[in-house]
Design a protein around this ligand. Sequence first.
Ligand SMILES: NC(=O)c1ccc[n+]([C@@H]2O[C@H](COP(=O)([O-])OP(=O)(O)OC[C@H]3O[C@@H](n4cnc5c(N)ncnc54)[C@H](O)[C@@H]3O)[C@@H](O)[C@H]2O)c1
Length: 365
Amino acid sequence: MVTSVANPTRPGGTVLVTGGAGFIGCAISPALAEAFDRVVVVDNLHPQIHSSGERPSELHEAAELIVADVAEADTWDKVLADVTPDVVIHLAAETGTGQSLEESTRHTHVNVVGTSQLLDGLNRHGKLPRRIVLSSSRAIYGEGAWQKADGTVFYPGQRTSETLDKSQWDFPDSTPVAMKASETFPAPVSVYGATKLAQENVLQAWAKAYGVETVILRLQNVYGPGQSLINPYTGIMSLFCRMAMGGKSIPLYEDGEVRRDFILIDDVASAIVAGATSPTVQGEPMDIGSGEFQTIGTAAKLIAAHYNAPEPHVTGQYRQGDVRHAWADVEAAQRVLGWTPRYNLAQGIERLATWIDAQPDVQPA
Ligand SMILES: NC(=O)c1ccc[n+]([C@@H]2O[C@H](COP(=O)([O-])OP(=O)(O)OC[C@H]3O[C@@H](n4cnc5c(N)ncnc54)[C@H](O)[C@@H]3O)[C@@H](O)[C@H]2O)c1
């Protein structure tokens, strides 16, 4: 379906952003304030992210903040009595991958029921938006696809404690393949990943039935200025910075060769804003990453060098639910949204570290 957005840089109307007071929400708020007439944020200022419980200073002043829980039906009755969204950007979520194993009900409730309550509310109030943008995750792929030497692609599934205890990190005689929505089957290995896939499925089934456009963006590892410095469950880059700042050698899990696709917040923000304002969208999920992988060891070395900290060291530890390698093929987002990532890892780390160094109450880890 083709949208009615005439001016992609300024479609106007109202955008409703759930979880809009978080890391990504704050980063997109200035561009949304430019592009839309009204920006409404619904966020419960979750204490794991917002220690003070106050409105974050990074949230653009034009954004109207409603402090409420997305998983409560009452929230939507209150919000939608006043707000008629043209576009919804659904960011609100419990995001701790490791934590989701121990608190699966909490993650499932906020991520899945939070999505269905939003959709039911829109329906109940007869306020169907033109488009819903969902921030999904590379976690929906789990270990993703791997390839044998003869080119056969296979899905190895979750690594077992048995193999990990033997320090067998990779899948033997094979190499990993980039994550690409049109080719890679979803196979989450964390409860968080399973809830993000459920969000996608619930949204797509609902939106197709009502003719609402969807933009599903599967984000890789987002980092950069504005990232939570207090949430112990997310944000490996900010944790590494705080360790190096304290003069510590950064510990590297497994053999330090774990691959990730670290994408700077600025690039994620431009992708989400493009998803909200692009004149045409295709409805199928798209991958958002920097377009290349780095090892965790490489990222740690760059951070250690910035702080003149000792070299990182390999510990051989592992974390249940972590995948071995992850990076995105971003061709679909480039083609459909006309978006392209602009920052490499060294530039991004410099920006993150400079921002962390300027924070008044930052504590070394
Ligand atoms: N940051 C990443 O690396 C990354 C990667 C992939 C996907 N994502 C997705 O992007 C989205 C935003 O992530 P982020 O990094 O900005 O996280 P964040 O934790 O900084 O922001 C999430 C926001 O949602 C709010 N929230 C949590 N539970 C809520 C509830 N029940 N009701 C209302 N608000 C609630 C929090 O207060 C917070 O402000 C999430 O959906 C996440 O799954 C993030």
